[in-house]
Design a protein around this ligand. Structure first.
Ligand code: FAD
Ligand code: DHB
Length: 393
């Protein structure tokens, strides 16, 4: 089998890239090692930048998003019980859309089904090779059959734990990383959100956040120690901590049945290149951010918007865009890394790694930072510009 593009990994990046290529008439094969149900069951991001919605619109993939997505004109930033509304529409004339990553993935999969795209779920022994030469291959096993795909390009949209990044020799690849001494405990609850827009709160006990998935499903997060175990967190303890951290005068957080809970560590990581020979990386395969700025999914969408256009141009004989893809995507990515780190540091209490004697200073300076950001139109504009998303060029 021969196709121009072989894609590894059917998360949002791989699924969307397939649609972009198809729109340009470029044939592809997409291979995912998990089952379709497994991919659909992963609860992850929830906020789409305006720029991401525009990309989905451009390729006719946003029909249900426009029906079911919740357009938010801002967020609430809270510090020690004082809540301030940051009005994105007023500050920068842009909005974000709350629409779960699962729904995005579901929509992209459904459209691939309709189009009869070559998407293989539940593949095993997924092995890309030859990306440093002229004849890259992607081998895999599916439904008891061995497949060999010859392609012009192999694309790694296989996430942080994927195989593609490992094809780049260690002499060439550097990965710049930072870990955080905080993790997020996230829950989904069958209860109407108690807020119109997302609440990000700093409290002496740690970060707390109120997000949502729909008018009847709430998504909430708590900062916990990275070594903590979800078994230590009963539903009662979770709600009590959320009540404490999100509480403010004259407002009530309505509780409801918790349907999912898990702890996710936070990490920043950026590969020094997203291109090696005929291999290109996009999304989490190339970089990850801590979740606080809601950037992971959006960065993946931006990458494939750029990469899809570049691959289409290369397929038509013009490879300038492809040659500059890694540089352009990483330039944008490092701005996102800075913003995500800024939001994360500002909104979390210093964790176990902070010297005991410095903890009060570091905490009070974050309270000062939030007091400045919530009190300054200039600072609010900076936050709003980045939160609603940088241009994809
Ligand atoms: P992924 O979604 O990771 O997709 C990669 C795909 O490749 C997966 O389907 C995987 O099964 C597949 N794959 C891996 N290895 C192979 C292989 N060898 N062969 C074939 N297929 C393979 N972002 C936010 O903005 N807000 C959040 O709240 C948030 N929460 C998150 C919670 C968790 C637990 C995680 C892991 C991420 C979270 N993120 C969040 C980040 C966001 O979800 C990711 O940035 C986004 O999923 C990136 O999409 P992707 O397609 O690049 O990677
Ligand atoms: C969600 C996750 C985030 O990281 C964020 O900043 C906002 C919302 C969410 O899952 O809803």
């Amino acid at each position: 089998h021969r196709v121009p593009v072989a894609i590894v990994g059917a998360g949002p990046a791989g699924l969307l890239l397939g649609h972009i290529l198809r729109a340009h008439g470029v044939d592809f094969v997409l291979v995912e090692h998990r089952s379709r149900d497994h991919v659909l069951s992963r609860i992850r991001a929830g906020v789409l930048e305006q720029a991401s919605v525009d990309v989905l619109d451009r390729y006719g993939l946003a029909e249900r998003l426009h029906t079911d997505g919740l357009v938010h004109g801002g967020i609430h930033l809270q510090v020690e019980g004082r809540r301030t509304h940051i009005d994105f529409e007023d500050l920068v004339g842009r909005t974000v859309t709350v629409y779960g990553q699962q729904r995005v993935v579901e929509d992209l999969m459904a459209r691939h089904d309709e189009l009869g795209s070559a998407v293989f779920y539940g593949a095993s022994d997924v092995t890309p090779s030859g990306v440093d030469g002229d004849a890259p291959r992607l081998e895999f096993r599916h439904d008891g059959e061995d497949h060999v795909v010859q392609a012009d390009f192999v694309i790694g949209t296989d996430g942080y734990h994927g195989v593609c990044r490992g094809l780049i020799p260690t002499e060439i690849l550097d990965v710049a990383e930072r870990s955080y001494d905080a993790a997020w405990l996230g829950i989904l609850a069958d209860v109407a959100p108690s807020t119109d827009e997302l609440i990000y709160a700093l409290h002496p006990d740690g970060f707390g956040m109120h997000s949502m998935r729909s008018p009847t499903v709430s998504r909430l997060y708590l900062q916990v120690d990275p070594t903590d175990d979800i078994a230590n967190w009963s539903d009662e303890r979770i709600w009590a901590a959320l009540q404490e951290r999100l509480g403010t005068a004259g407002w009530t957080l309505t509780e409801g049945p918790i349907t999912e809970k898990s702890i996710t560590p936070m990490r920043s990581s950026v590969a020094s290149t997203l291109a090696y020979g005929r291999l290109f990386l996009a999304g989490d395969a190339g970089h990850i951010v801590p979740p606080t700025g809601a950037k992971g999914l959006n960065a993946a969408i931006a990458d494939v918007a750029m990469l899809g256009e570049a691959l289409a141009a290369a397929n038509g004989g013009s490879d300038g865009l492809l040659a500059s893809y890694s540089r352009r995507a990483l330039e944008r990515q490092w701005k996102i890394q800075y913003f995500s780190q800024w939001m994360t540091d500002m909104l979390h209490t210093p964790g176990a790694e902070t010297p005991e004697g410095e903890r009060p200073f570091r905490y009070r300076s974050r309270v000062g930072q939030l007091a400045y950001v919530t009190g300054s139109r200039h600072a609010q504009q900076t936050l709003a510009e980045q939160y609603t998303g940088l241009a994809i060029e």
